[in-house]
Design a protein around this ligand. Structure first.
Ligand code: ADP
Length: 590
């Protein structure tokens, strides 16, 4: 059933109640008024009857009918009352309206019968004589203690009814006016009662919509005020709690968002409860909220789905390393912990994904490096031990053989030395970077280039290569001079080594777009495109045999790269097989 407004529940009830009351009062008043009027009429008639009886009793005794008749007629006319004198046998002696001989015997009339017994008789009935309803009051006429007849007075009830009917419309009119006033009053009262409640209801709806800042207008009765105050208090506490909860949620959001680990919460039905930013970018999930979706829909990684399933079925913490083969291979260390609700019910699993790709790559690099170093060390050591064994086996007895093997030993020892020195340099540069970086100062570039050139002079002469060096005047940059010199020396020595005899190497330094550019250009054998990207890796060589023959360690360019990175710069190569190569160091000039 549809609930009605309180106003329309209160108002009709009040109105009905008041109308019923009004009706009852009107009815009661009408009845009482009629009774009062009858009573008054009766008293009036009684007084008239007594008067007539007092005056006419002696005449009745002498039965002077004719005289009486005219007297009664006069009296009756003047007082507007019908007066009848009746003898004890019921015969009418005189009547103010009718000739007595035309009237029948009145003994049986109720009022007459009582009066003849000596009592007062009252009766309201229809008069056949007059053809209308009359009120009769009869009294005995007593002379010397003897009833000699009775006197009856009567007036028509129409007169009484006329008076009453002139009063009834006034009562009805008054009642109607009161009813209208009561209807207005009821409406006002009902509104007064229902309005604060409606205001409360609107306020409660506002609170339900979350608009808690504006308090309710507290007015009306004491109960309403209390209710309003209680609701305002409730809204205040609700606002405080919401603020607290949203603060906590924001804190959790902030923690999750700032985590570099991917966080994924999944419910027991494998639906996503939460996915932080790191996890989104890890799995390339678009920004629209994936909450509530099945994990298979959002993250298409079978390994992860299996892990989540395993973690969901386990009561313990689950750990596993997952490999994702997307655009790039990536290694994730996944930890799954059971998720419980406040009621300690299992609601899902929380998976934290730590990207260990870099760690794995570093491990792999380290393994490769150790293998490479061992291999590089093994070659000269094998050569040296071979030569020494040959010498011990009698090779030393022949002077030429002895010299040949001693030279081999010396050359391999130099190679070992060069290798160890390069390794130490590399480690020193890396160490410097790891310990808070190299200290860079604004220094001129020209002296660095000059000293590098000088360091390579002997090698250039031996290889019959000419070095031309140009440097822009006043060129300065934030550098660590010995480190930069080592990088330039390595590039220069490579350029000399891979130039043809009679060739030329150009060393140039200039400033452009807030960068300092140091170029080492040769016109030697050049490098094929496919090798260029990997040149700066440790132990990477284009031609291993040639490099070894030239005394290379395969670490020269790796040292250059690290030295330049220590300057927050970069090194690039442009090369054309057969035409030569240009190595460029770019350093920031600020
Ligand atoms: P290496 O000690 O063998 O020279 P580097 O790291 O200095 O080692 O160089 C790596 C490889 O790059 C060399 O083996 C060589 O093949 C190639 N390379 C370096 N510089 C030049 C150059 N100027 N011209 C041609 N090839 C070069």
């Amino acid at each position: 059933m549809k609930a009605r407004r309180l106003l329309w529940q209160l108002y009709p009830s009040y109105l009905l109640l008041i109308l019923l009351l009004l009706l009852a009062v009107t009815w009661y008043v009408s009845v009482e008024l009629r009774a009062f009027h009858y009573q008054q009429t009766k008293l009036d008639l009684r007084a008239r009857t007594t008067l007539v009886e007092q005056q006419l009793a002696s005449r009745i005794a002498h039965a002077q009918g004719g005289q009486l008749d005219s007297l009664i007629r006069r009296l009756g006319e003047k007082s507007g009352t019908r007066i009848t004198i009746i003898l004890p046998d019921g015969q009418v002696l005189a009547d103010s309206r009718e000739a007595p001989h035309l009237m029948d015997n009145h003994r049986t009339r109720p009022e007459i019968a009582r009066a003849l017994k000596g009592e007062e008789g009252v009766s309201i009935r229809f008069s056949n004589t007059l053809g209308q309803t009359l009120m009769y009051v009869a009294k005995p006429a007593v002379v010397d203690g003897r009833i000699i007849g009775c006197v009856r007075t009567a007036i028509p009830m129409t007169a009484v009814e006329r008076t009453l009917s002139s009063i009834y419309p006034k009562i009805a009119g008054g009642g109607l006016l009161i009813a209208v006033l009561a209807a207005i009053g009821c409406l006002w009262l009902s509104r007064r009662l229902s309005q604060p409640l409606e205001q409360m209801e609107m306020g409660a709806q506002r609170f339900a919509r979350g608009e808690l800042a504006l308090p309710l207008n507290v007015s009306g009765s004491k109960e309403m005020r209390r209710l309003g105050e209680a609701m305002n208090q409730m809204a205040k506490e609700l606002a405080q709690r919401i603020e607290m909860v949203s603060d906590q949620r924001n804190e959790i959001e902030a923690v999750l968002a700032s985590m570099s680990e991917g966080v994924l919460a999944v419910d027991n039905e494998e639906r996503i409860l939460r996915l932080n930013q790191a996890a989104k970018s890890l799995f390339a999930v678009s920004d629209n909220p994936p909450q509530g979706k099945q994990i298979q829909e959002v993250i298409r990684q079978a390994d992860l789905q299996l892990f989540v399933r395993r973690a969901l079925s386990s009561v313990e913490r689950t750990e596993e390393e997952l490999v994702f083969r997307g655009r790039q291979e990536c290694y994730l260390h996944a930890v799954g912990s059971p998720l419980y609700s406040a009621a300690r019910e299992r609601i899902g699993v929380l998976v934290v994904l730590h990207d260990v790709t870099r760690l794995r790559r570093l491990e792999s690099l380290r393994r490769d490096f150790v293998a490479n170093v061992s291999h590089e060390l093994k070659t000269p050591i094998t050569a040296i031990s071979g030569a020494v064994e040959t010498l011990l086996d009698g090779g030393a007895e022949d002077a030429d053989t002895a010299e040949k093997f001693l030279r081999i030993t010396s050359k391999q020892a130099d190679r070992l030395n060069a290798l160890v020195e390069d390794l130490l340099d590399l480690s020193r540069i890396e160490q410097g970077g790891a310990e808070g970086g190299w200290v860079l100062t604004r220094e001129p570039i020209a002296p660095v280039l000059e000293s590098a050139r000088q360091a390579c002079d002997a090698l250039a002469k031996k290889a019959d290569v000419e070095i031309t060096s140009t440097c822009q005047e006043q060129l300065v940059a934030r550098i660590h001079p010995p480190l930069l010199e080592q990088a330039v020396v390595n590039l220069l020595s490579n350029a000399i080594k891979y130039s043809n005899p009679g060739g030329r190497v150009v060393l140039e330094a200039l400033s452009r777009d807030e960068m300092v550019i140091i170029k080492v250009q040769d016109y030697g054998c050049g490098i094929e495109e496919k090798h260029q990207a990997r040149l700066f890796e440790r132990f990477y060589r284009v031609d291993k045999a040639r490099s070894r023959q030239l005394g290379g360690t395969g670490l020269g360019l790796a040292i250059v790269k690290h030295a330049v990175q220590a300057h927050r710069g970069e090194v690039t190569v442009v090369s054309q097989p057969g035409s030569g190569s240009t190595f460029t160091i770019l350093l920031p000039n600020r």
